[in-house]
Design a protein around this ligand. Structure first.
Ligand code: NAD
Ligand code: UDP
Ligand code: UDP
Length: 315
């Protein structure tokens, strides 16, 4: 049995990771300040004596004795990370320093949840890990993009300078149950709008693309990454290479929900990347042939069922 710390453990991805690692017989500490996370995501785990929930802000030092750390604490949707951009940057940078300091002290392996946003609005498509990206350092997305880039630097430097065993993954757009219905991300927005019969809001012409990964595929990739023997591995892209336009996504959601919602077009936000698709060759090579298994329609159906029951409870 390993003792595993998950920062951001009450969030969307963290709650799935906690459930899976707990089911495999590990002892889990979830740390969260509940900024975008929700106790409902982990309430079913609270009865398990090997699960512990800690309210803590990762910009402050944290002490525990653990074998592994998954560092996920950070708001992930544009609406939330832009709400208090200075705090977002502090969470990424000071959160990385504190979790790396902890990993150094207790000799734990540590995995950083980085993001495809480090590629910015990419000039290389699809994006391999060797691409350095095209990021605006002073735009509205910078607190997140540059914060995550800085965290990657810190992970590399703690490995080089202090011999900490580190892993970095770059996560591409991920969706599934436990997403926050009001966090403004496209999959949750479209599903909630379709279920409520409201207009589906496409930003811009809807021809921009994203590659959507179902959360179970991400969790599998994260665990395989942590379990590699390398004392340094990464960055490794973890995403689903199947690419869709926002228009295609909207039409699929309307079809699967049987909704009468109409599509409307709103202004495209500043610095919105035009396309994004992971090159996952490295993940396949390093993580024993890992690749996404869940196709978009299948994953959307589970996610629609989740939001449907959530909205029923609200009534
Ligand atoms: P989320 O917002 O659901 O989860 C983040 C969690 O971190 C929340 O529970 C939040 O309350 C917590 N948190 C935020 N600031 C904190 C702080 N200062 N101290 C302690 N806890 C704090 O988002 P998610 O989608 O689950 O993302 C998890 C991680 O994966 C994030 O680091 C995100 O950047 C990364 N990621 C996610 C995606 C995606 O598509 N979901 C894509 C790329 C990267
Ligand atoms: N830290 C922490 N938990 C620990 C060990 C360290 O939160 O178990 C914090 C510590 O407070 C410091 C940061 O991690 O702010 C970086 O620690 P490191 O040892 O690398 O640097 P130093 O303490 O020398 O600044
Ligand atoms: N988007 C949209 N309607 C929405 C929310 C988002 O058309 O209601 C678009 C957004 O402009 C972007 C894409 O969907 O082009 C993905 O947005 P999201 O915020 O989910 O992720 P990110 O931009 O961080 O990849």
């Amino acid at each position: 049995m390993k003792k595993i710390l998950i920062t951001g453990g009450a969030g969307f991805v963290g709650s799935h990771l906690a459930k899976r690692l707990l089911s495999e017989g590990n002892e889990i500490i979830c740390l969260d300040n509940y900024f975008t996370g929700n106790k409902n995501n982990i309430v079913k785990l609270l009865d398990n004596p090997f699960f512990e929930m800690v309210r803590h802000d990762i910009t402050e030092p944290y002490y525990a004795e653990v074998d592994e750390i998954y560092n996920l604490a950070c708001p992930a949707s544009p609406v939330h990370y832009q709400y208090n951009p200075i705090k977002t940057m502090k969470t990424s940078v000071m959160g990385a320093i504190n979790t790396l300091g902890l990993a150094k002290r207790v000799n734990a392996k540590i995995l950083q949840a980085s993001t495809s946003e480090v590629y910015g609005d990419p000039h290389v498509h699809p994006q391999p890990e060797s691409y350095w990206g095209n990021v605006n350092p002073i735009g509205i997305r910078s607190c997140y993009d540059e914060g995550k880039r800085c965290a990657e630097t810190l992970f590399m430097d703690y490995h080089n300078q202090n011999k900490v065993a580190v892993k970095i993954i770059r996560i591409f757009n991920t969706y599934g149950p436990n997403m926050n219905p009001s966090d403004g991300r496209v999959v949750s927005n479209f599903i909630v709008q379709a279920l409520k019969g409201e207009n589906i809001t496409i930003f811009g012409d809807g021809l921009q693309t994203r590659s959507f990964q179902y959360v179970d595929d991400l969790v599998e990739g994260m665990i395989r990454m942590m379990n590699t023997d390398d004392s340094f591995l990464g960055p490794v892209n973890i995403g689903n290479p199947n690419e869709f336009t926002m228009l295609e996504l909207a039409e699929t959601v309307i079809e699967l929900t049987g909704s009468n919602s109409k599509i409307i077009h709103l202004t495209l936000p500043q610095d919105d990347p035009k396309q994004r698709q992971p090159d996952i060759s490295l993940a396949k090579e390093k993580l024993q042939g890992w690749e996404p298994k869940v196709q978009l329609r299948e994953g959307l159906q589970t996610t629609i069922a989740y939001f449907d029951s959530l909205l029923m409870h609200e009534k």
